[in-house]
Design a protein around this ligand. Structure first.
Ligand code: TXA
Ligand code: MG
Length: 330
């Protein structure tokens, strides 16, 4: 693995782009301070220039190179970093001049996180600079949680992907902003994208609100585009199972939470195929890890549509439902 890490860092230093594992999903990295390299990321992904990238630092010290932490939230940033970094939490902060406008799509702020994946961190350390990396999928499609999924998305467009196995979290990082509300009030933490770090976990550090607005044009925030994380096969969700009206002759697959008929979907229809997110046990963590993989599997079945069972919207279930809803949006 050392040789692969060195090769990746050497490519990045030359202004090339490489796909790397993180604990959330695979990222497509570029030297965050090299605008030409970052442009290659946008090109490979066919990503519109209005959608800014996340910058990954390899130590807390490196934060100062990319962000200017406002004094009134410095203590909160430090506590959150202490609790969740390295890990799947991204904090939006005012940017330094060193960060090219292309990385932030012209925004005065930059989204920063420190990945917990050792391969990713070692590449960052070897490079000695922060790495700008969005998920390594083509724009709007399902994020890759394995090296083979990266190749399906980007083969022929990137010189290297390091295979670090399956991603431990399986969903993209939680993205937040922090505001000091003055006086004795706790800081306000806005969740721009739900992810592995849950509302419940963030509540120790401030008042947490989950932004519900869905932006269809220029997102000031994240994978907030309404249609995102989408398979090519239409994905359908219903308020209640009985709302599903299959068209004759069409092939439907079920994306079930745990394969439990009591959820109301298993026996609803003669499914062409059924995939379970957390077979039998029904664990949200397992469901999160498997979600994008299972979406890909169903997408390759040649179905007319995929019907997704909802999961309970607590803890990690909030992020899972967020991805399912966006995948089902047109
Ligand atoms: O887990 C993750 O976050 C993965 C891994 C590779 O780190 N990355 C990821 O990147 O999901 P991406 O580009 O697919 O999603 C990042 C989102 C974008 O949709 C973008 O809109 C938002 O972060 N973002 C970036 N900079 C921002 C900023 N300054 N303000 C608000 N949102 C921002
Ligand atoms: Mg993405």
């Amino acid at each position: 693995m050392k040789a692969a890490v060195r090769e990746a860092a050497a490519l990045l230093a030359k202004g090339e782009i490489v796909a790397l594992p993180t604990e959330t999903v695979y990222g497509l990295g570029a030297d965050a301070f090299n605008a030409d390299a970052v442009a290659k990321v946008f090109a490979a992904k066919e990503r519109p220039a209005f959608d800014p990238l996340i910058v990954h630092i390899s130590s807390f010290k490196e934060l100062a190179e990319v962000a200017v932490v406002p004094e009134d939230i410095a203590a909160t940033v430090k506590s959150l970093a202490g609790a969740f970094w390295p890990g799947p939490l991204t904090i939006v902060l005012p940017k330094t001049d060193k960060v090219p406008d292309l990385v932030t799509s012209g925004l005065p702020t930059v989204a920063v996180r420190q990945s917990a994946n050792l391969i990713f961190r070692n590449v960052g350390k070897e490079l000695g600079r922060p790495i700008a990396a969005p998920s390594a999928n083509r724009f709007g499609r399902i994020s890759p949680t394995s090296a083979s999924a990266v190749l399906k998305e980007l083969e022929g467009r990137i010189p290297l992907v390091i295979d670090g196995g399956a991603c431990r979290e399986g969903l993209e990082s939680t993205i937040i902003t922090i505001e000091n509300r003055g006086g004795e009030q706790k800081p306000l933490i806005r969740v721009l994208r739900a992810g592995p770090v849950t509302k419940e976990e963030l509540q120790k550090f401030g008042k947490v609100v989950i932004e519900k607005k869905s932006v269809t044009e220029r997102p000031d925030a994240p994978g907030q585009l309404e249609s995102h994380y989408a398979p090519r096969t239409p994905l359908l969700m219903f308020d209640k199972p009985e709302d599903f009206r299959p068209e004759p002759g069409k092939k439907y697959g079920l994306l079930s939470y745990r394969g439990d008929p009591k959820a109301g979907y298993m026996d609803l229809h003669e499914w062409e195929t059924v995939e379970e997110l957390s077979p039998g046990s029904g664990k949200l963590m397992e469901a999160a890890v498997r979600l994008f993989h299972v979406m890909r599997v169903l997408d390759e079945e040649g179905l007319d549509a995929i019907v997704a069972e909802p999961v309970s919207e607590t803890g990690l279930g909030v992020a899972i439902m967020d991805r399912l809803r966006r995948a089902s949006a047109k």
